[in-house]
Design a protein around this ligand. Structure first.
Ligand code: NAP
Length: 304
């Protein structure tokens, strides 16, 4: 019976997942969550990653920091590769050296989106963007460095923190009555706070058991699927309930909203393996999106 509080070291400082882990960690009796980011840990300097992690003395590492600017990565792939792939491998190597498990965050954008059904962990990958390629290389680098890993592919992350689609919609609705939103990409909106709850459970499982079926690649998203336009509609329905800003949604095809990076048309992830092996299943995205919207409206000035 290990009653000792374990030290969970999470990469990044201001990211959605790291901030959510810091918040949820305060409720945990099992983990003390520590954020490790720039300047102490800079992923654009892979050679210094190992020393920074050693110094932080983790019992478990959560690799949540990444180059996440999907469109910018199209013209900045070498820099994204260093952060998302080379340094991910160094994090895996540091975990191996320290004898601790690593939970590494990855993305639905490793898939090409051509499959009509939700993707399984065993489905062939085929990223359509530079970001997706660098994240896939990161998965492989972590897996090569240590068997004691969980690679968590998640998607469409939103939270009360940082920049995300939910916050953007509420901010736009402050000044616009009508917003056009893409309606031909389908995915799984996922609350970073729900991700944090899931990671705390997974980390506990890894520290309690050496079982091989707890390790490897897992999909972890909110339950239920949506297009971006469906997601926006739900945000405004919640906003209306809480007295926040609303806008009418124009449902448009991706072709009417060109972006540098091509995104998969279907990136729904099947999360049954995580439920079966780890006993972790995230709740409905609508419920969490409503809660996050309420939190925005009641606690912060969304114009700022
Ligand atoms: N956001 C999504 O929709 C989404 C979807 C699928 C998968 N994911 C994956 O989920 C994970 C968490 O995403 P998120 O939404 O929490 O990310 P985020 O909010 O965009 O934050 C990115 C984090 O990475 C850190 N970072 C960036 N460059 C760094 C560097 N050179 N050195 C150290 N830290 C650096 C940032 O540092 P600072 O704290 O200094 O700003 C920040 O903490 C990532 O692996 C991402 O690829 C995200």
């Amino acid at each position: 019976m290990g009653d000792k509080v374990r030290r969970m070291v999470v990469t990044g400082i201001e990211g959605q997942v790291v901030r959510s882990l810091l918040e949820r960690g305060q409720l945990s009796e099992k983990f003390e969550v520590v954020a490790l980011g720039r300047p102490a840990l800079d992923l654009s300097e892979p050679d210094r990653v190992g020393a920074a992690l050693r110094e932080a003395q983790p019992d478990v590492i959560v690799s949540a920091a990444a180059y996440t600017a999907v469109d910018r990565a199209e013209t900045d792939e070498p820099a994204a590769h260093v952060i998302n792939a080379v340094s991910a491998g160094r994090i895996g190597a540091a975990a191996a050296l320290l004898g601790v498990p690593v939970i590494h965050l990855s993305t639905d954008y490793v898939f090409d989106g051509e499959k009509p059904e939700p993707y399984l962990e065993t489905d062939p990958v085929g990223p359509t963007s530079a970001y997706g390629r660098t994240k896939l290389a990161g998965e492989r680098a972590v897996a090569e460095a240590t068997d004691n890993h969980v690679i968590l592919r998640t998607a469409w992350v939103y939270s009360p923190f940082g920049r995300n689609f939910l916050k953007t919609m509420l901010q736009l609705a402050e000044s616009r009555d009508h917003i056009n939103v893409v309606d031909d990409q389908v995915g799984n909106p996922t609350s970073a706070l729900d991700i944090a709850d899931g990671i705390l459970l997974i980390a506990d499982n890894l520290l309690e058991s050496d079982a091989a079926d707890l390790r490897g690649i897992f999909h972890m998203t909110g339950s239920g699927a949506a297009t971006w336009a469906d997601f926006a509609a739900e945000i405004f329905a919640a906003s209306a309930r809480y007295g926040g800003p609303i806008a009418e949604i124009g449902r448009i095809p991706s072709s009417a909203y060109p972006t540098p990076a091509r995104r998969p048309a279907n990136s729904r992830l099947d999360c049954q393996k995580l439920a079966h092996n780890h006993g972790v299943k995230l709740g409905s995205w609508e419920y969490s999106a409503s809660e996050t919207t309420e939190r925005f409206i009641h606690s912060i000035n969304i114009k700022s």
